[in-house]
Design a protein around this ligand. Sequence first.
Ligand code: HEC
Ligand code: HEC
Length: 209
Amino acid sequence: MSGRIVRAAGTLMLVSLLSSPALAAEPREPFDDRYCTTCHGSDGRGNYGVQAPRLAGMEGWYLIRQLENFRSGVRGTHPQDIEGIAMRPMAAKLDDESIADIVAWVGDWPYVPAEVTIAGDSAAGERLYATCAACHGQRAEGNEALGAPALAGQNDWYLVTQLKNFMAGYRGSHPDDSYGQQMLTMARTLVDEQGVLNVVSYINNLEDR
Ligand code: HEC
Ligand code: HEC
């Protein structure tokens, strides 16, 4: 059987799984959790329409942490965190084995930098980014030892939403979210929406990691 037929069969199976009301009652099969692309886009490139960010190229350790955070309610439970609330039920049904499967699956997707969609003063953003670089790296390539993810190549509209959410305390204020708390403090150094747009506009120049 050719690879194309196998993939087509897989897609059909996914469609029938998604539309099957009996699904919840059936025991979990390995790899039956691949509904992620319905929101995160084909090849995990992100989808502005439902505000779901790019997953392709995301570090495995960060992906695991966020899925665990959503599952336990450390993220996605603040009443003003509209997008986090949409994501939380998707993670709530995953067990550790599913999360490991998903990380391996997503790890195969090629890294493709997202399109630029916002405008800001990138020179002003470069000065602001000097603080961020200490954790996220000079090229926004991420730093596992500090728990700070890569930002380069992520959807800019998603980075803007997250920075505003941290500033407002919609993300990062849960008492068990120690990484989010660090980031909340850092986001407030950006002061206002213009600061957010400027720093993200600079990060948009750092695609080549
Ligand atoms: C109903 C739509 C939907 C589905 C299905 C969905 N997600 Fe999400 N996901 C979102 C949205 C919206 C966000 C953004 C949350 C936010 O802004 O805080 C998100 C955020 C995330 C994040 C956080 C990314 C980051 O940079 O912090 C991860 C990781 C993630 N999703 C993984 C998955 C995986 C894996 C699946 C499949 C098991 C999945 N999602 C299914 C909508 C969805
Ligand atoms: C003290 C280290 C530190 C500094 C400095 C820092 N961050 Fe972070 N940042 C983090 C950590 C840790 C996380 C992960 C939070 C989590 O696990 O939810 C994070 C997460 C983020 C996210 C969310 C990414 C995603 O995929 O959801 C954005 C956006 C971000 N940082 C931007 C910035 C910007 C812009 C600056 C500079 C103003 C900055 N950070 C400074 C540590 C830092």
